[in-house]
Design a protein around this ligand. Structure first.
Ligand SMILES: Cc1ncc(C[n+]2csc(CCOP(=O)(O)OP(=O)(O)O)c2C)c(N)n1
Ligand code: SF4
Length: 266
């Protein structure tokens, strides 16, 4: 079987950053993977009725306990001696930083050998673009129509505080970096966590052709940092220039319109 484990026709919006992420991640992990996906846009891949867009086993669980399901699958596989199968929790930011946080924290604390990936489209997109703990300060969402008043929750720091062997941030604007991180995480003896920034044209208000550019600008402007922490050692993967101009990123998206003056130039 090839490593093209995702069907060609899926019902994500055109230009979906999450779709780029899941194709890339599963391409690296290969067919010996079992995936757990909670409700959210990624459930478009786990399936609808009897159909699935994935050529690997997995299921859609609940929004609050992806990590617990994944830990259970890991335990079952280990008892059967099937240690070469990767167990992957693949969840949105709402399912990770808010609703599934305690289940994830427990799984990390117990040192379960699970790879947990959060795709971060910075809102509860699938149910109507509601703000999540991961929505950035001043972003428009349907529950923050005047702009969000609190900053983005730093989920990577929360995970880091569990002292697990591997933690990384990633972006669909830097796929080689993402692939390397997934490869490393796959072989970690314990929990591994990767948080991927995945722009969403529908919720953020940019043209579907701009997804990769928006993702890259987030990194270039210093609003999303690419780093990894291996056994406690932190390494920044992409260094940015000191001349940071965040407007270059904000102006690409309608969700920041209220906080940007019309005549401001990047
Ligand atoms: C406990 C619980 N609360 C609310 C819902 C309704 N719900 C289903 S999907 C979803 C959005 C999930 O958002 P996120 O995890 O950020 O993924 P995205 O839709 O952005 O891909 C919500 C709120 C639910 N299924 N379970
Ligand atoms: S709403 Fe956003 S994350 Fe969800 S399928 Fe559409 S583009 Fe992808």
């Amino acid at each position: 079987m090839s490593n093209n484990l995702v069907a060609n026709g899926v019902s994500t919006c055109a230009g979906c950053g999450l779709e780029i992420a899941i194709r890339c991640v599963l391409g690296v992990l290969g067919e010996k993977t079992i995936i757990v996906i909670p409700p959210g846009c990624a459930a478009l891949f786990s399936g609808y009725g009897n159909s699935t867009a994935l050529k690997i086993p997995g299921f859609q669980g609940n929004l609050e306990n992806t990590a617990a399901y994944a830990a259970g699958i890991r335990a079952g596989l280990d008892i059967r001696g099937k240690e070469d199968i990767t167990v992957l929790g693949f969840a949105g930011d709402g399912a990770t930083v808010d609703i599934g946080l305690q289940s994830l924290s427990g799984m990390l604390e117990r040192r379960e050998r699970v790879l947990y990936i959060c795709y971060d489209n910075e809102a509860y997109m699938n149910t109507g673009m509601q703000g999540s703990g991961s929505s950035p300060y001043s972003a428009w969402t349907t529950t923050t129509p005047g702009g969000k008043l609190t900053p983005k929750k730093d989920m990577l720091k929360i995970v880091e505080a569990h002292n697990i062997p591997y933690v990384a941030s990633a972006s669909i604007g830097y796929l080689n970096d993402l692939k390397k991180k997934v490869k490393t995480a796959k072989d970690v003896n314990g929990p591994a966590y990767i948080h991927i920034h995945t722009p969403c044209p529908t919720g953020w208000g940019f043209d579907a052709s701009m997804t990769v550019e928006v993702a890259r600008k987030a990194v270039e402007t210093g609003l999303w940092t690419l780093y990894e922490i291996i056994e406690g050692q932190k390494k920044i993967n992409i260094q940015i220039s000191e001349n940071i101009n965040t407007l270059k990123y904000l102006k690409l998206q309608k969700r920041f319109k209220k906080v940007i003056k019309e005549d401001s130039t990047p």
